[in-house]
Design a protein. Sequence first.
Length: 520
Amino acid sequence: MAIGHRRRIRRTAAITAGLAAAALALSGCLQVMPQDEVTPRPEAAVVPDTEGVSAELLPFYEQALDWTACEGTTEFECAYVNAPLDWDNPGAGDIRLSIVRHLAATTPLGSLLTNPGGPGSSGVDLILDGLDYAVGADLIENYDVIGFDPRGVGGSTAVSCFDAAGMDAYLYDIPAAPRNTPEWDAERTALDQSFADACEANSGGILPFITTVNSARDMDLIRAVLGDTKLNYLGYSYGTFLGASYANLYPQKTGRLVLDGAVDPAIPGLEVGTTQALGFESALRAYMQHCLDSGSCPFDGTVDEAMAELGELLASVDQAPLKNDDGRYLGADSLVTGIIAALYSEESWDYLTEALNGTVRGDPRGAFALADFYNGREDGVYLDNASEAFRAYNCMDYPLEDDQAAEDAAMQKIAEGAPTIAPYWAGPEPCLGWPYPPTGARGEIHAAGAGPILVIGTTNDPATPYEWAVSLAGQLEEGVLVTRVGEGHTGYNKGNSCVDDAIEAYFLDDVVPEDGLRCE
């Protein structure tokens, strides 16, 4: 494929969907068991931890939280935390962070903060809708489980860009020009620019402060106002980068951290996009064997032959998109999005087979159901702002790269290692028109002095490839690698007792597993 000037690996830094995508169901809901009603504990007086806090930050760290029953439930309590808009200038205004807690059944070991990934996924929704999926029963019993929406996300002071019609156009519209021509690039660039302009116009001036470093500082504030002297944390996917960033900033405040589905903070965005393309292709091949074995696969022959047929299907809808009953057209990009959504979990593979069967017959409804789940869309409405927050974080966290030789080499690597996905993995850099320059830097995180940190990697994880977990565990001063051998995104609470036991012994009894523990 010819790569023009300023072309990029378009899905760079797409650590998308996080834990929610791993629980994919066509209904768009997490399948969880109902929780028993929580009997409130006698509330002990909470003393915020203000040790070492500067005078200008004390008004934030000394605040008392006003917990109330979350709307529509008696099982969870909700509150807001006021945080500095600009941590480097606390007097410049504040924002609010939405948090939720589920109280421990016994005297708690402390608070356990959680993050489902993204960047942009709602941690409040994760706990309200999927407590059992996010956290195992023994941890629920012994910790006050905390979910929070990071700055820019969901119920916190949020990034806002397009309305639903605008998001439909941004995520689903198909350029009129042929793919990878200058005209196609121009259409995509114009749409990215209009999206960036809308985000700036509608987000109330918060965009330059939507960064992972600021979100990590917010986590320290949440820890302190909850009365915890150290942070206990379970982060998934992008949440591993957030947790590692916290440990680097606040090693003496770091308690027990588990980073599951690890992101390697040292690699640049170009390499992130390249490695993910190879990871999704590998997961797609594993799915394809399952499809062929199922007896209901729309393809046949060997895995290689079936992958070639899928490539032909993608090329077909790229040339002649399929009209959906809601008026949208399914092109190759939306079909790839649907495929990616289903690859996060083996439990979703049968849904992908149904969707591909439909697409072969000219019916795009199943493919759109998968893509809509990934994009947080239901009945024409976007349930959250995850896509908008995702772009805001990545455009500030990842330095822009302009090395055409490196781009060409990366695309060659993808073409050779991920030939099915490769034609749909490149495009103009969507952050070129972002209204603020990135402030993030890529580099190793050592978290010296933070103590043992568990890093969980799954061997055929498509979104956060296993090699990233190996790398992060090696970077951390006391990183401990736990390997889950298997398919899908993340490793905890997936039915592997070896992984679950190691994590829960660490959280409950401070037992650190042997570095390199491998769970078949």
